[in-house]
Design a protein around this ligand. Structure first.
Ligand SMILES: Cc1ncc(COP(=O)(O)O)c(C=O)c1O
Length: 424
């Protein structure tokens, strides 16, 4: 089929629009400001009808009418024509996707590229897993399943629990005992999923779940080896390309089981094949040093890292990850726990974005490449896969609340004066 440019009608179908009228005196349609605005609010994809109608820019240069998306309808409805078929009655959504792409000027200066952060912690269960889980759970419902199962380092479990609750399905999550970050365990308990702790790591948990699906026949596996998960997760690539107006030059992200890097690359390739862009980014994947089988070239029997979400020794989507890297001219390298925690701290304190340790691996990798004079150039996106509140212990292990002071103004002033001026 011949590639087709995306039209305004595609977007109008996919998004709920709010029409805003903005008075912009002395602005004409060809001015640089209008060109920038066209990109920023996707006007260019909306057909220009009448002068003051939706999407139109007055040729008299006086009234600018723009359309901006309102409400989150979830990735299935938004990208319906690019996803597996799911009947409307089976769709289970919490309004996932449409996460912010935040410019990071201070870290950009260190890297020497224009860095944006795709903050996936803003999804309903606070990680990127929701994109794939809405598709996997909806398909499980459409196929008549009554239960789902997954192995997890925490975020898959949290997302599966929430979407199963939404869909009215029973959810079993199999996790390495005592290795799940507090916030994620709390999510699973809150949603009422059946949590099974095993004396083994993620890789052992995944093998058990795969066998349960195969031998029991009544329960759907919703790990990223399920292709529906990859389909849902690829929508993040579409969003990045849409928001920037084109795909970035490079995309950096953490790699654990390697489903996400596989999904992003699939998304960017499809975007290009559909004729929406003529380029795709270099894929830069980063594993934690103590759990870096794709870098070492062999599985890790006892993977270890502070970044519990990527503590995986035998990535199931190894082939997809290596394909993404070689086809895009990218790389997979490792970063130390120290570098991960430093990047997490920098993101929180200098950009105001709080992500969990694993999520900072992409930025840690970019900082490492910059130190070695190998940083990518141009527009770079780092995917922050999960919210920092998922793993409060990592922060509390490094810092603590100060002792209380008397409730007097003098004591407050004295305390404030003790703060180093540059730290304020
Ligand atoms: C926060 C976070 N970042 C990164 C990853 C790694 O993603 P993938 O396993 O798809 O490589 C995970 C996986 O659980 C995760 O939870």
């Amino acid at each position: 089929m011949a590639p087709r440019k995306q039209t305004g009608d595609d977007h109008a179908r996919a998004l709920s629009f709010e029409v805003r009228r903005v008075q912009v005196p002395f602005l004409d349609a060809a001015s640089p400001a209008v060109v920038v605005l066209r990109r920023a609010v996707l006007i260019r994809t909306v057909p220009e009808r009448s002068e003051a109608g939706p999407g139109a820019i007055s040729t008299k240069g006086r009234i600018l009418t723009v359309q901006t998306p309102t409400g989150r309808q979830g990735v299935i409805k938004r990208y319906r024509d690019k996803l597996p078929e799911i009947p409307g009655w089976a769709i289970s959504t919490l309004g996932e996707g449409d996460t912010p792409l935040i410019e990071a000027p201070r870290i950009s200066a260190r890297i020497g590229a224009r860095l944006y952060l795709k903050f996936e912690g803003m999804n309903p269960t606070a990680s990127f897993k929701d994109r794939g889980m809405t598709v996997a759970l909806s398909r499980a419902v459409a196929d008549g399943n009554t239960a789902v199962i997954c192995a997890s380092t925490g975020n898959t479990a949290a997302a599966a629990s929430a979407y199963a609750a939404r869909a009215g399905l029973t959810c079993f999550v199999v996790v390495p005992a005592g290795k799940i970050a507090l916030g994620k365990a709390v999510q699973v308990l809150a949603h009422g999923a059946k949590i099974v702790q095993i004396d083994g790591n993620f890789d052992a948990a995944l093998k058990l779940c795969q066998r349960a699906e195969r031998d029991l026949g009544t329960v759907a596996l919703v790990n990223s080896v399920n292709p529906d998960r990859i389909e849902g997760q690829k929508t993040a690539a579409f969003e990045v390309a849409e928001t920037l107006g084109r795909p970035p030059d490079a995309l950096a992200l953490p790699v654990g089981n390697a489903g996400n890097i596989t999904a992003y690359w699939k998304g960017f390739k499809e975007w290009r094949e559909a004729g929406h862009a003529d380029s795709a980014p270099r894929m830069l994947g980063f594993q934690a040093e103590g759990a870096s089988p794709l870098v070492a070239g062999h599985d890790f029997e006892n993977p270890e890292t502070v970044a519990s979400a990527i503590r995986i020794g035998a990535p199931a989507s190894k082939k997809g990850a290596l394909g993404a890297v070689s086809e895009s001219g990218g790389l997979i390298e490792s970063v130390t726990d120290e570098e991960i925690l430093e990047a997490q701290g920098l993101l929180a304190s200098s950009e105001g974005v709080f992500c969990e340790p694993a999520s900072a691996a992409g930025v840690a990798g970019l900082l490492k490449l910059a130190k070695e004079g190998r940083a990518p150039e141009g527009v770079v996106v780092a995917v922050l896969t999960g919210h920092g509140l998922k793993d409060p212990d990592v922060i509390l292990n490094r810092t603590r609340l100060p002792e209380p002071i008397p409730a007097t103004f003098d004591a407050l002033v004295e305390t404030m004066q003790r703060v180093e001026p540059e730290a304020r």
